[in-house]
Ligand binder design. Structure first.
Ligand code: DGL
Length: 257
């Protein structure tokens, strides 16, 4: 497969971004690679995540990828800058928490940013906060343990609800720190967005950056003259570093969810 777009995540979460990309670019061939064997990334060191992301990206390029999308907030904050330096000629997009649209909509509101421990402690997030936080009360909240529900295919269960109830108790409608909006700063979380919304309560708006990232990839591809012609019908191939039958079936299921 030559001239494909590699979409990378620590596991199955980036499929939330891939779905948007396929909708926007149905003529492209996508290779989705999930590194479930080494997941979660969010509780690893920055150096470990950087090394894993660089290693996989090198492999995609060797195999003929024409563009790379890092569909993982954690890997983006660890490695996007160094990868752009290493391969300035390759269209490479990453993803970051959709703080900007959330603050635009709630300029003086309270905005919760749910992400991995690494994403919220990285310099990239602090820069994002300085740039787009404005006068909003932005609360970064690490949610270690949440991505594992999605990796297991557990998208709604009593255990998931209990986990989220405990994590989000004070931010719920009626809680001491009730929020106006929540930003899903990890690509696994859109798959449990409905439960997150139900736990937080009516009126709390959910933001996620998948569509913005897909749009940016489309723009970068056409700018580089790399978009496939309209008559080409695109494809999606799933690969995973721990490709059990259950996990590969989960990839297909999440893709159409
Ligand atoms: N999907 C990843 C993200 O967007 C992180 C999950 C993990 O901890 O591996 O941040």
């Amino acid at each position: 497969m030559k001239g494909f777009i590699a979409v990378f995540d620590s596991g199955v979460g980036g499929i939330s971004v891939l779905r948007e990309m396929v909708r926007l670019m149905p003529n492209e061939d996508f290779l989705y690679y999930g590194d479930s064997k080494n997941a979660p990334y969010g509780t690893r060191t920055t150096e470990e995540v950087r090394a894993l992301t660089v290693e996989h990206t090198e492999d995609f390029l060797t195999r003929g990828a024409k563009a790379v999308a890092i569909a993982c907030n954690t890997a983006t904050s660890a490695a996007a800058r160094v990868l752009r330096q290493m391969h300035p000629e390759v269209p490479l997009v990453g993803i970051e928490p959709a703080l900007k649209p959330a603050v635009e909509k709630y300029p003086t509101g309270r905005v919760l940013v749910l992400a991995t421990p690494m994403t919220v402690r990285e310099e990239k997030f602090l820069k994002l906060l300085n740039r787009f936080g404005g006068n909003a009360d932005v609360i970064p909240l690490a949610a270690p343990g949440l991505m594992e529900f999605v990796e297991r295919g557990e998208l709604d269960s009593p255990d998931l609800r209990k986990f989220l109830m405990e994590l989000l108790a004070v931010y719920r409608v009626g809680g001491s720190h009730q929020v106006d909006a929540v930003v899903l700063g990890c690509t696994h979380y859109p798959f449990v967005a409905q439960v997150i919304g139900e736990v937080l309560g009516d009126g709390v708006e959910i933001f996620d950056g998948s569509y913005g990232t897909a749009k940016e990839l489309k723009r970068r591809l056409s700018e580089a003259g790399l978009a496939n012609p309209a008559e080409h019908s695109g494809s999606v191939t799933f690969e995973n570093s721990a490709p059990t039958k259950e996990r590969m079936a989960l990839c297909e299921k999440l893709m159409i969810s």
